[in-house]
Design a protein around this ligand. Structure first.
Ligand SMILES: *Cc1c(COP(=O)(O)O)cnc(C)c1O
Length: 440
């Protein structure tokens, strides 16, 4: 399988190169040159297959023959070692819970798969691979958890001092072994700039085999297509009556990697009528859908903060998958945006009606699904993606639900661990010296 750059100015590359580079030299993002459609026999038997069996068939579509069957099966087994349940919420409405991994956010799926795939692709090198990741909270913890203990790979997580929540800081700084947490005296943007400076320094990046684990990497997107098939399989087994209704997914969007995974699943043949791109007030994508003009904006802070993105990195991939045609966009995707008040109200209302507690990100997707289903003229099976456990956002949740105090065992355990991190200034030389020290 070859992967092309969305800017079309760099040559197509192998899986290994696409994963190791992350970003193409022309600044574009990688996508598979050709996405084969899964055969009807696959969709007939999908209801009888395990998650891992489904994932293996889907992974083949995007990876081709670059990874042997037993290795790919092993990567999938280790990456998806937690449940992804589909819960029913009354008439034709379902929730796909993606937050049962170690850091309790859907980013675990992509990070765990990427780490193991990288370790395999890199297996014959005698020098360590050094992975840099800048984080405002969630990405760093998922990447740290995903790479923890993976042989031959060092991970440097850069987080802005005093600007991540206490729980997030625990989730970044308590791993040890091959995970190095670096508190930067600066903002998230400074962290990101530092990693880009390191990666842009050709000499340094060759010397230390530097790469990035941010969400531009195709290895994080491939596994994010799997769970759309899982949800379809659950609806299609006959256990649920309305199985034959058209399928709609509502996705809470920030950098639009999750939605890109869904669109890749559709390109591989998954029968999806519509994707709802649900956003908070960072609504650049909604405006694009209305006007056909894409205008990045500065991001605005909200309670669904992992979606506070003013210039979604995966927009260029979605544009390609939609054949660069606004009519395709409008036929396949519907976009809505919601305020923090809308979101809080939805959480409170659903809790009062069903006892179920949504987190602020999933609640935005729930709102989008509800709106689509009320505006669409026919019955559909609607699934919204719940991307994080509500306990990750205790301050926000307590403001919405008075007696909210649940802390799942995964998070309790993290809180009891000891933090270990190094503090550096907002200075590339200090970071360089640190990386050098680790690699001696
Ligand atoms: C990252 C994140 C999102 C947004 O996902 P994208 O792939 O960036 O669109 C939504 N919810 C949660 C909880 C996240 O951590």
């Amino acid at each position: 399988m070859l992967y092309y750059s969305t800017n079309l100015k760099s040559p197509a590359v192998s899986l290994r190169e696409a994963v190791m580079r992350g970003l193409a030299e022309d600044g574009g993002l990688y996508l598979p040159e050709l996405i084969p459609v899964l055969p009807p026999s696959f969709f007939k038997s999908i209801g009888d297959m395990t998650h891992n069996e489904v994932a293996l068939k889907v992974a083949r579509v995007f990876i081709g023959d670059d990874v042997p069957e037993d290795v790919l099966a092993g990567i999938i087994k280790e990456s998806l070692d937690f449940m992804i349940p589909l819960k029913r919420f009354g008439e034709n409405v379902y929730c796909l819970e993606l937050f049962h991994g170690p850091t309790m956010a859907f980013k675990d799926v992509g990070a765990r798969f990427m780490s193991r795939l990288m370790a395999y692709l890199y297996r014959n090198e005698d020098r360590a691979l050094n992975v840099l990741v800048a984080t405002s909270g969630d990405t760093g913890s998922a990447v740290a958890a995903g790479f923890h203990g993976v042989e031959g790979i060092n991970v440097f997580v850069l987080f802005p001092g005093g600007k991540v929540s206490p729980l997030q800081q625990k989730q970044i700084t308590t791993w040890g072994r091959n995970i190095y947490a670096l508190e930067v005296d600066g903002t998230f943007d400074d962290c990101q700039k530092l990693t880009k400076q390191m990666l842009g320094d050709r000499q340094l990046s060759d010397l230390f085999n530097l790469t990035s684990a941010n969400s531009i990497n195709i290895a994080r997107l491939i596994p994010q297509s799997f769970y759309y098939f899982f949800a379809f399989a659950r609806l299609d087994t006959g256990r649920i009556d309305e199985a034959r209704l058209p399928l709609v997914f509502s996705v809470p969007c920030g950098n639009f990697g999750n939605l890109t995974g869904g669109l890749m699943a559709r390109a591989a043949g998954l029968p999806v009528l519509r994707f709802v791109a649900s956003t908070n007030i960072n609504d650049v994508f909604c405006r694009f859908m209305e006007t056909g003009e894409y205008k990045p904006a500065a991001s605005i802070p909200t309670i669904s903060n992992a979606m506070d993105v003013g210039d979604p990195s995966n927009f260029v991939r979605i544009k390609d998958l939609m054949g660069n045609n606004i009519d395709n966009f409008r036929e396949i995707i519907t976009a809505y945006s919601y305020s923090d008040d809308d979101t809080s109200m939805a959480i409170g209302k659903l809790h009062a009606a069903t006892d179920y507690i949504m987190d602020p990100h999933g609640a935005v997707a729930y709102l989008g699904l509800r709106q689509f289903m009320s505006e669409y003229h026919e019955a559909v099976n609607g699934i919204f993606l719940e991307t994080a456990h509500p306990a990750k956002f205790p301050e926000t949740m307590k403001r919405i639900i008075d007696d909210f105090d649940y802390l799942p065992p995964q998070l309790q355990e993290v809180l009891s661990r000891e933090e270990k991190f190094h503090s550096i200034g907002n200075d590339p030389e200090e970071l360089k010296a640190f990386i050098q020290g680790v690699n001696q």
